[in-house]
Design a protein around this ligand. Structure first.
Ligand SMILES: Cc1ncc(COP(=O)(O)O)c(C=O)c1O
Length: 358
């Protein structure tokens, strides 16, 4: 059976598969904060109505100031965007026709937007159980390309690499004069984050990408930013549409970043749930990736291809993300977001039943 590409759109998935949709669905395919949007957003929402009457600030200067303080970087090292996705598209446009290496498995957008920009794409694939970079091979690959996309912490494995590995990668790219783009969309879900944002302003060969849509659950509002040297950001930002970030996103972004309690509570919640889920998987004989963040890969090791398990869970209304379109995974794993305790319990109950019947 050919499974459609999906993520955060379960209705489309059931329709494409011509499957009857259960009355209640739990969507484990979108990696967004299970604790929701910060309360301050709801509180201020009505007051922002007036802001939609005028054009938003095209330079997003207040938001930039807040990000600069939050991250300890200069405003000139920042380019905000309409979600990290917009910035990935702008980077691809900047790389038009160039050779691009993607460390895989990784977010599928890098390849699709770079293909649209006639880039030649190469893959460096990392393998389970540790998903480590193969440095000797990677060094040669880096020397042969113009840019490298690296998703860190990685989507879909959730793996966070240690500081020395990241520093090795940054140095290897700098030495080869290859532009390294580190996508840190999920960095703030880690209890011990490893970020390179401060280094991005120091090198013309490093860009660091962030998203606010996941931690602050504003995926429908859209907000992200890129950190790098001003000259590079200027070139990348040239093709960004004017007023790209709407007036409410500008206001909400600043409030979200100031609400440090929300992200602290989220990290504690995620860590506790991840520990609970992982010890269950171990007990029941499922394999999982060593995730540091709010999602993980899982597989039943008795199956090479997880399609039967994926469909079984779908029939129970539990929508995980299949991995057929991730080079290096090819359906051999499923990805699940860490959700609220009761929802994670539903998944564990279904997996227990699956084990009994298989
Ligand atoms: C690794 C990664 N980077 C970037 C994005 C895009 O994020 P945004 O919602 O900010 O456009 C996603 C979305 O799923 C993602 O998984």
């Amino acid at each position: 059976m050919q499974l459609p590409a999906h993520g955060s759109n379960p209705d489309h998935l059931f329709k494409a598969l011509e499957m009857e949709q259960p009355a209640k669905l739990v969507d484990f395919s979108a990696n967004i904060n299970p604790l929701g949007t910060p309360a301050a957003i709801q509180h201020h929402w009505q007051g922002w109505l007036i802001d939609i009457e005028d054009y938003p600030d095209p330079s997003a200067s207040e938001l930039k100031q807040t990000i600069a303080v939050h991250e300890g970087v200069a405003e000139s090292n920042l380019l905000p965007g309409n979600g990290a996705s917009e910035l990935i598209s702008l980077i691809a446009r900047y790389l038009h026709g160039k050779k691009v290496l993607i460390i895989h498995p990784a977010f599928s957008e890098y390849a699709s937007v770079c293909k649209n920009e006639s880039c030649t794409i190469f893959y460096h694939i990392v393998h389970p159980p540790h998903w480590q970079l193969e440095k000797a091979a990677l060094q040669q690959e880096i020397e042969a390309v113009d840019a490298v996309f690296f998703c860190h912490p990685n989507n879909p494995t959730g793996v966070q690499y240690d500081r020395s590995t990241i520093d090795w990668l940054i140095a290897a790219c700098e030495q080869a004069k290859t532009l390294l783009i580190i996508d840190e969309a999920f960095y703030d879900f880690s209890s011990n984050p490893v970020t390179s944002i401060k280094k991005a302003g120091q090198s013309p060969f490093l860009l660091v990408l962030r998203s606010l849509t996941k931690m602050y659950r504003i995926a429908g509002l859209r907000l992200g930013f890129l950190a790098g040297q001003p000259k590079t950001l200027e070139k990348i930002g040239k093709t960004q549409p004017h007023w790209s970030i709407n007036a409410i996103a500008l206001q909400a972004g600043s409030l979200c970043l100031q609400d440090r309690r929300h992200s602290e509570q989220t990290r504690a919640y995620i860590e506790a749930e991840r520990k609970r889920l992982c010890s269950f998987f171990k007990k029941k004989g499922f394999l999982h990736s060593p995730s540091a963040v709010n999602f993980y890969l899982i597989k039943d090791p008795s199956l090479d291809d997880q399609q039967d398990l994926f469909l079984y869970l779908l029939r129970k209304g539990l929508v995980l993300r299949h991995t057929y379109n991730f080079p290096g995974l090819e359906g051999g794993w499923l990805r699940a977001a860490i959700k609220k305790e009761a929802e994670n319990n539903l998944l564990m109950e279904a997996l227990s039943e699956w084990k009994k019947g298989n």
